[in-house]
Write a protein that binds this ligand. Structure first.
Ligand SMILES: Nc1ncnc2c1ncn2[C@@H]1O[C@H](COP(=O)(O)OP(=O)(O)OP(=O)(O)O)[C@@H](O)[C@H]1O
Ligand SMILES: [Mg+2]
Length: 369
């Protein structure tokens, strides 16, 4: 069965899309991949919608329409690249853009909000759309995130061996696949979200290519200690986070104490924060594991990869590319896989990861015709 996964993550860098073949054994093979940048205006609006603002219901609805049109463009590209007809694709798994993530708060249920207009996407593509993957898990008392661990298990688990999978997107999330079939997973903290913000603000570039700017800076021990004091890092799983917590205000609160800090040194310290919190999470939760597979755009940050490897002596740290799924395709592939789970009425969440009361079929269906 062919499925398409569409993902636009916390980094707000663009839309990742894969066309994948999911077989009856639930393993997945990517047939085509494309990545579309978010137009600057849409990116700015989605970023602005992460915080309360004027007339935001109207603006959110229009941003959702614009993002749906971009998703449809990505679908058209995949179909053209592969020579596959829309009618051959069973469903699209469309994540949407998270603008708020507050599970378990306020009225105890809380909510998680991904902007998208799945009805428009179904209309534009003529393919069934599965969307809003996180809300059902939140309704069942879970974090609604991370949702990728079940897919990581299907793709990367090896019997009798502990394998850890680390996704370095805007936020870092870790999955631990133990050889005895248990799966752990949670968000570690910021991966690229603060690195990108600081780099953009001080160099004008959207991200620190290969981490070379950070690599030439000096880690500021007092700043690192101050950031590591963030209570989120010490919380036990289940836990998840996003821009609601790790945002420019959070960064300013910490950097504000560091009179005369050089921008490049702050970048080095932010990279160290990501490396330290991820390595600590691996050490604490995958103790015996000797293998760490890394995916997400952060796998291309050579400095970050070197720092994580050096904090985990004896652990084989490498991108998922070595396991037949390129680092840049894993998240989008997960949503193709979750769409297949929905269509077969299989659960997609893991209560051991999200803390939900039980297994649930994730997502809502918007039929093509
Ligand atoms: N060559 C590179 N060097 C350093 N960092 C890179 C490079 N290429 C990509 N990145 C980083 O990866 C980020 C994008 O990664 P990705 O798309 O996996 O994150 P995301 O959109 O937040 O996804 P998700 O929320 O699903 O994890 C960029 O914003 C940038 O920080
Ligand atoms: Mg992305």
């Amino acid at each position: 069965m062919l499925y398409i996964g569409l993902m636009s993550g916390t980094s707000l860098d663009g839309v990742d899309a894969v066309l994948a073949d999911v077989d009856s054994a639930r393993s997945l093979k990517v047939l085509a991949h494309c990545c579309l940048d978010l137009p600057a205006e849409l990116r700015a609006e989605l970023l602005a919608l992460n915080t309360p603002g004027d007339n935001e219901l109207h603006r959110a609805a229009l941003a959702a329409n614009a993002l749906s049109r971009l998703y449809a463009e990505a679908v058209a590209r995949l179909l053209a690249q592969s020579g596959i007809a829309a009618s051959e694709v069973r469903a699209l798994g469309a994540h949407g853009q998270t603008v708020r993530h507050r599970p378990g708060e306020f009225d105890t249920c809380g909510y998680t909000l991904q902007l998208l207009n799945p009805a428009l996407l179904a209309e534009l593509c003529g393919i069934d759309v599965v969307a809003d993957f996180r809300s059902r898990d939140v309704a069942a008392g879970g974090q609604g995130a991370p949702l990728v661990p079940a897919f990581h298990r299907a793709m990367f688990a090896r019997s009798g061996k502990t394998v850890a999978v680390l996704n370095l997107g805007g936020i870092a999330n870790l999955t631990v696949l133990t050889g005895d079939d248990t799966t752990l997973g949670f968000d570690c903290g910021p991966a690229n979200v603060l690195l990108d913000h600081w780099c953009q603000q001080h160099t004008g570039r959207p991200y620190d290519d290969a981490g070379s700017w950070a690599a030439a800076g000096r880690v500021l021990p007092a700043l690192l200690a101050s950031m590591l004091n963030e209570p989120y890092f010490a919380l036990p799983p289940p836990k998840s986070t996003g821009r609601d917590r790790f945002n420019p205000t959070w960064l300013t609160t910490h950097v504000g104490d560091q009179a005369g800090a050089q921008p490049q040194d702050v970048q080095a310290t932010l990279a160290e924060l990501t490396a330290r919190t991820c390595a600590d999470a691996v050490r604490r939760h995958a103790g015996a594991g000797r293998e760490l597979l890394v995916c997400g755009g952060g796998a291309r940050n050579d400095h970050l990869m070197r720092r994580i490897a050096s904090l985990l002596p004896g652990c084989d740290v490498r991108p998922t590319d070595a396991c037949a799924l390129p680092a840049s395709q894993v998240e989008a592939a997960a949503f193709a896989w979750l769409a297949s789970a929905h269509c077969e009425r299989r659960s997609g969440n893991l209560p051991s990861v999200t803390g939900a009361a039980g297994y649930r079929v994730l997502g809502a269906l918007f039929p093509a015709g």
